[in-house]
Structure formats: C-alpha cells, structure tokens
Ligand binder design. Structure first.
Ligand code: BG6
Length: 478
C-alpha cells in the first residue's frame, strides 16, 4: 500500500478575498460578520432574501468577511512558498466559480480569474505538490440563486458542467485529485451553503427543495466525471461527506436504532449514491414520509450508475451522539448540534474532540465503500495569540494533530486504504460557520481580526515546525 500523503487545505471563499477584477458576487459574499456576543438573530445567519438584498446594497454598513478572506488573492504565490517550506505532499484548494464565470453563464471566463488560478496551480505543480482541487466549495454565483433558485433547478447542472469543463480543459493535466463538491451532505444541514437555497422568511426549507437540489448535484457530479473521462483527464475523482462518528447515548435499543437512521440519512446517503451509483433502499421510504416528490429520470439513473467515484473522502472534526431523548444537554459540532459526551473534551466552540472517532470513521467508510479513502478536512479551530516577537505558541494544536495522526496511522496499519490527510485551513482562513477570524485552524497565522483589521502578514506557528518535522519523518519511513 502506498504511504499516506500529508497536506493542508483551504477553500476559495474563506481564503482568497479579492472581491475585484471581475469576480461576480456569490452566496458567501452575502454573509455578514455578526459578533458572537451580540444577540445575532438566526435570520441573518440563515440567509433570507432580505439579507441578500442588504448585501447587494453598496451602502450597506456591514462587514462581509468572505469578500476579504485572508487575502489569498494577493498572497497566493508567497503562501505556496510557505507550503513548500512546510513540506506538504498535497494541497487542497477550490476554484471560485464566480471568479471564473461571474454569473455562471458567460460563454468565456473572466481572464483575470483564469490568470490567478493558472499562476497558483502551475506553481504548485512546479513545486511537486500534489493538487487536490475542489471544483465547488459552497459559494454559488448569486445570479444562479436569483435566476434559477440555486440547485432546485435542473438547468444548474448544465451551468456547473460548463464551468467544470473549462477547468478540465485548462488544468486537467496537472490536477491529481478532483472533488466536484465540498461536503455534499451540507445541502441537507446547511441548504444555503450547500445548494444555494434562500430560506423563506416565515417557514423552514422544504424537504422537497433540499432533496431535489441534492439530486441535481448528484447528477452534476456524475456528468462532470463523465465529461472528464471523455476529455481524457487523468486525475482521480472523489466525493466528500461530513462525517460525525455517531454513538448511541445509551445502550437502549431505541437509541441504537436512532443511530442507524441518523447514519443512513445524515452521513451515508450522498456517498451511497455517488460511490455505488444508485439510490439506497432507505431513500424512497424516507421520501414518502417527508413528501419528497422530485423525478429521477432513467437517464439520471444511467449517468449515476456509469460514473461512480474513484475514491471517497470526508471531513471529520468531532463525534456526535444519537438519542431518542428530547432533553439531553446539547453542544455544537460541524454542521450539527448534538448531545454532550461526558468522555470528551470540547473546543471553545463546543466541538467535541475525539481522535479515536476518526479511526472508527476510517474503518466504517472503508468497509462500506471499499475504495481508497482521503481525509479531506480535519483540524482544531482555536483562538491563537500573536506575540510581539512574531511567535504563536499553539501546543493545543500540536497535541490535537499528534492524537489524530496516531489514530490515522493505526487505521492504516489495520488495513484501511488511507491515501491522504489534509489539515483544514492550513493557512488561517475565515470560519465558514461563524464568519470569524478568531476561530483558526492554520499552522500559518494570518494577522487579521473579525472586523477585517490587521496587516494580513503571515507568521509560522509552533505547529508549523512540528508538522514539518512530522512530514519529514513520515517521508523517511517511506
Ligand atoms: C467544513 C467546511 O464543514 O468545516 C469548511 O467544509 C469549514 O468550509 C470547516 O471551514 C470548519 O468549520 P468552521 O465553521 O469552523 O469554519
């Protein structure tokens, strides 16, 4: 078995900024920063038309952090020098759809956007860093949301495939791993981020909208793979879900059954379809129960069947608990709120730290799909302090890495075909969940605060040196 590739990851909207040079507005550009200490209403976090209208108003007084990111659009090339110095084998990044195609529907791409990605991707390639490219990490051109209601419209498939084909034509020969969609199950937990759904003012999202949108993303995923294979693109294609490593709260049969249901719908549903090429047995009963009525055509079934993924990948930050009890103590996690686990410590943001859960997840994913596995996101979101001498001491992050890496290596030694690990937000980026800078994942510190103040200069944290040495040791072991 080949050795694990060790790397890092970012996403365009959280990293680049560069709300300029012809970039179109996208869904992330509409999300304002709201201090956690204020009585921020869920209204502004859930993205209604009212919030979008305010974001489009040039006189809006709010700060929109994704328009600035951590200025990767400006620092991209020198950041790659830092990644080279760090010694990563692989780097995951995403393309901003609206930087290349401002409304999504232009025939020809924005030349300045093409030049930016060309410089970045060619430099990574020349540095010998393997490229893991997410074609779409959450941000959807706003025009597609307003014109087509995001992914609820079949037309969005064609628009996406047009974008993907351009990316293949231009960079198809240098990308090693492809991911059409980040955390595709986010469409279910976070419909605005995942599938570009605007929340109705006085109602919840409809299940039909959510599952219809997801279906069109599945078809888009398959048609993207189909197009790439026809074009002779050599890289491997994958799908990614957010994984939660579920435990039953108690050994009661009811809690355990609840776990099976949560795993099926929340965690495996999308991957079952993209890796196995067909809807799973539990889908139709779930649709019947929730009045989901979208049509799956024979052509859809065929394209899904014939274009399954080469590898499976997932993000993993914390584990979750399933229970039928209604009054358990809650805590936050990636995309979900769950029950507190008394055996685990949690971050300041409430995400429960569970390295063994990562090993368990690796086993479960490999057993279910029998395809190479890539951990496309993992890491510790923590508050860091930049010292006057430019140092950042983050022993907590080193500890987190140590414990998680031990479990990954154990899973590999137990037979799981783990191919790569990517530390999330390797260079500090804006938090996708809370739009903050305070919640940092990187081994490279970016001097910026929640309001966009700061020099945006880069500093190496203690974890930079630790990760560098770890990668060298692993490489030497072969
Ligand atoms: C994943 C997303 O869900 O979690 C990332 O793919 C995100 O975009 C990451 O940044 C961590 O979440 P947060 O809210 O801490 O940024």
């Amino acid at each position: 078995m080949s050795r694990i590739l060790w790397g890092g990851a970012t996403s365009a909207s959280q990293y680049e900024g560069g709300f300029t040079d012809g970039k179109g507005m996208d869904t992330q550009d509409c999300r304002p920063y709201i201090p956690r200490t204020s009585n921020a209403t869920t209204e502004t976090r859930l993205l209604t038309q009212k919030v979008i209208d305010e974001a489009k108003d040039p006189n809006s007084s709010r700060y929109y952090p994704f328009r600035v990111g951590t200025k990767g659009y400006e620092y991209g090339l020198t950041d790659i020098d830092l990644l080279e110095e760090l010694g990563v084998d692989i780097y995951r990044l995403s393309i901003s759809w609206s930087r290349l195609f401002p409304t999504g529907e232009e025939e020809e791409p924005n030349a300045k956007g093409v030049a930016y990605y060309d410089a970045i991707l060619q430099k990574l390639h020349a540095a010998g860093i393997k490229i893991f490219l997410t074609i779409n990490h959450y941000a959807l051109p706003l025009s597609i949301v307003e014109k087509y209601r995001g992914w609820t419209n079949r037309k969005t498939i064609d628009v996406f495939v047009h974008f993907a084909k351009f990316v293949f034509k231009k960079w198809g020969n240098i990308v090693d791993y492809w991911l059409p969609f980040n955390e595709i199950n986010a469409g279910y937990f976070s419909p605005y981020n995942g599938v570009g759904l605007v929340k109705p003012e006085d109602a919840d999202y409809s299940y039909d909208d959510v599952f219809r949108s997801l279906h069109y993303q599945f078809v888009a995923n398959a048609r993207t793979i189909q197009a790439a294979r026809k074009m002779g693109v050599p890289g491997k294609f994958g799908a990614m879900v957010a994984c939660f490593c579920y435990y039953p709260l108690t050994p009661s049969p009811e809690d355990n059954l609840e776990l099976v249901r949560d795993e099926e719908v929340n965690q495996w549903y999308c991957m079952d379809i993209l890796a196995k090429g067909k809807y799973p047995y539990y889908a139709q009963p779930f649709f019947d129960k929730h009045h989901v009525t979208f049509e799956i055509t024979e052509e859809d079934r065929k394209v899904l069947k014939e274009n399954t993924v080469d590898f499976v990948s997932f993000s993993y930050y914390s584990s979750s608990i399933c229970t039928v009890k209604e009054n358990s103590t809650q805590t936050a996690g990636n995309l979900v709120v769950t029950t507190k686990n008394p055996y685990l410590k949690a971050t300041e943001w409430g995400w429960q730290i569970d390295p063994i859960g990562l090993r368990t997840t690796l086993h479960k994913v490999y057993d279910r799909y029998e395809k190479p596995v890539i951990i496309s996101e993992n890491g510790l979101g923590a508050r860091d302090q930049l010292e006057a001498n430019g140092a950042v001491h983050d022993p907590y992050r080193i500890e987190y890495f140590k414990e998680h890496f031990k479990q990954i290596i154990a899973a590999k030694n137990e037979g799981v075909d783990v191919r790569a690990y990517m530390a999330w937000g390797i260079i500090d980026i804006v938090s996708a969940g809370s739009c903050e800078m305070d919640k940092r994942y990187g081994v490279i510190y970016v001097d910026a605060d929640n309001d966009g103040h700061g020099t945006y200069k880069r500093y190496k944290k203690d974890s930079f040196n630790w990760y560098h040495n770890f990668i060298l040791e692993q490489r030497a072991k072969g």
